[in-house]
Design a binder for this molecule. Sequence first.
Ligand code: 13P
Length: 342
Amino acid sequence: MNIDELKTTARAIVAAQKGILAADESGPTIKKRLDAIKVEASEENRRRYREILFTSAGIEQYIGGVILYDETLRQSASDGTPFAELLTRRGIMPGIKVDKGVSALALHPGEKITEGLDGLRERLLEYKQLGAKFAKWRAVIEIDEHDIPSPYAIRANAHALARYAALCQEAGIVPIVEPEVLMDGSHTIERCAAVTSSVLKFVFAELDAHGVALEGILLKPNMVIAGIKCAQQATVQQVADATMHCLTSSVPAAVPGIVFLSGGQSAEDATDHLNAMNMQVAHPWQVSFSYGRALQSPVLAAWKGQEDNVALAQETFFRRCQLNGLARDGKYTRAMEGDSVA
Ligand code: 13P
């Protein structure tokens, strides 16, 4: 393992003002996004939409990496340039989602395990040749009113994440380790804090057991937040305080960056929460973003599948990247929403 190369890649992705665009929606998920704006989810429309994102002017100032889906990594811009090459030329690292989604965890009704370890070593070699510098694996942890998540489901998912991370580092690819505690449900912020803290402790114990070098990973956690159906929603400050408290007690300082998922928060909330965390006293890691929906929802709404709207969609995307870039420095305010592109 060339740890220096992994460290350099990880740090470049979360350099000052920068974060990650998660554009790795699987076939069914991108279909859902395109259906919502009444655009047929053909291969060409999927390609065209990703091209709009990747060719937006100025985004390289705020986007250090883009996570791609297998199909997208093999696609090219209209001028024939492969997406991975287009991004690399712009100084943006191409990454790849390598998990194969979730299935039911045997004997644990209601719980999930992420699949995709079989053949992963070989797939990573191919992805590396196609230009991928980093990878992503998402574990999903649900919370219910009773006994979910079970310690076994947490342990099984942490183990799979660590096996994936070790294989990535062996291949010279930076693993994004993503244990997502879902915000679906009616649980309180306190329950989310307790579960997230337990998940992170299991994850770092397994990473250690597997010999993964923490300097060469990025952690992609959920924020600590009340369930979407909880009557008692937390303030921006409470989310920032609870999240930082949880991470400070669970995430070793050797990890170069924490890149949050947005998980179903609005674009504005995701930016505001990130900003509030970066206004707090110095923390040992870069605190950044790896948003899917919180970066893309406003872009899809602006584009609507119409060529006439491409310029507006790209300006909207740039602005969302810029606001999150400002949030990396604690310099975002809600009043900036609605301002024109600076
Ligand atoms: P969201 O920001 O939409 O949660 O997506 C991030 C992601 O990559 C989930 O795996």
